[in-house]
Design a protein around this ligand. Structure first.
Ligand SMILES: Nc1ncnc2c1ncn2[C@@H]1O[C@H](COP(=O)(O)OP(=O)(O)OP(=O)(O)O)[C@@H](O)[C@H]1O
Ligand SMILES: [Mg+2]
Length: 246
């Protein structure tokens, strides 16, 4: 199986890149071959999260321009053994068109079980490129109205692109915060408003944040890591309960 998954959100900062890293690590633990592509052109960050920024000579725009072969633009993560990374270009001038990006991913995906694509926030041209090669999508939201409106916009846009296999991830969930906001009766209302089936609820987890911001060394246990392990199994179609229910 070569599964291409775009991780997207309408609003910025919902946790897309963190989810991409945590999910990739979990899939590798399940012996999957994983390529993580940072498609946030001009705002890349996964190279830092994987402590690989020093090594990166070529990014995906180099691969499509022929400055290198696609495989020469793929790097190994030191701290998350088995996770392969293709970086986004550092500058926005090097944005890639959806059709060219799709061609690149179609060529690479034969060597992997999963290609995870980190999208820039929003429904603009960067998102269109990130979504072009995807078979399915994970929509990341926080349980807040502005974030949720973004999730609805993304769902609508994905549908127009013909991507119907979508699942919702509610990230950075904290019960006290959720109740003090008083925006929703319960989490079911959040899921109903998003209009997308829930696949994971990820707790607010400061340890996860600290680890991923520091190159992922020691990212082996935290409450969210358990959720990523469960998410990876659910993506595989296993019938497992949510690891965290809020
Ligand atoms: N479950 C979590 N618990 C605590 N902090 C988190 C969690 N998920 C993400 N964060 C933190 O939230 C911030 C934003 O996360 P991240 O960069 O992954 O979001 P993003 O959606 O990729 O942002 P952008 O739209 O700018 O690309 C980071 O500081 C990250 O460490
Ligand atoms: Mg990001």
């Amino acid at each position: 199986m070569n599964d291409v998954i775009v991780v997207a959100s309408g609003k910025g900062g919902t946790g897309k890149s963190t989810v991409c890293v945590g999910l990739s690590a979990a899939l590798v633990k399940q012996n999957k071959r994983v390529l993580l592509i940072d498609c946030d052109c001009g705002m890349r960050g996964i190279d830092l999260m994987l402590d690989a920024s020093e090594e990166i000579l070529f990014d995906c725009s180099d691969a499509v321009k022929g400055n290198c072969t696609p495989r020469e633009a793929v790097y190994q993560s030191k701290n998350l053994q088995g996770v392969h990374l293709m970086a986004a270009p550092f500058d926005t001038d090097n944005e890639i068109s959806p059709s060219v990006f799709k061609q690149l991913v179609d060529e690479l995906k034969t060597s992997y079980d999963y290609v995870i694509i980190d999208s820039p926030a929003g429904i603009g041209s960067g998102f269109m490129t990130a979504a072009a090669p995807a078979d399915r999508a994970l929509i990341v939201t926080n349980a807040e109205p502005v974030s949720l409106r973004g999730a609805v916009k993304i769902r609508t846009r994905l549908a127009t692109l013909g991507i119907s296999d979508m699942r919702l991830i509610i990230n950075r969930f904290d019960r006290k915060h959720f109740e003090s906001l008083s925006c929703y009766e319960d989490l079911d209302e959040v899921v109903d408003k998003a209009g997308t089936r829930l696949i994971a609820l990820i707790p607010l987890d400061l340890r996860l944040s600290a680890m991923t911001q520091n190159g992922c060394a020691g990212l082996n246990w935290s409450p969210a890591v358990t959720v990523f392990d469960c998410l990876a199994r659910r993506l595989e179609g296993e019938q497992v309960q949510l690891a965290f229910k809020g």
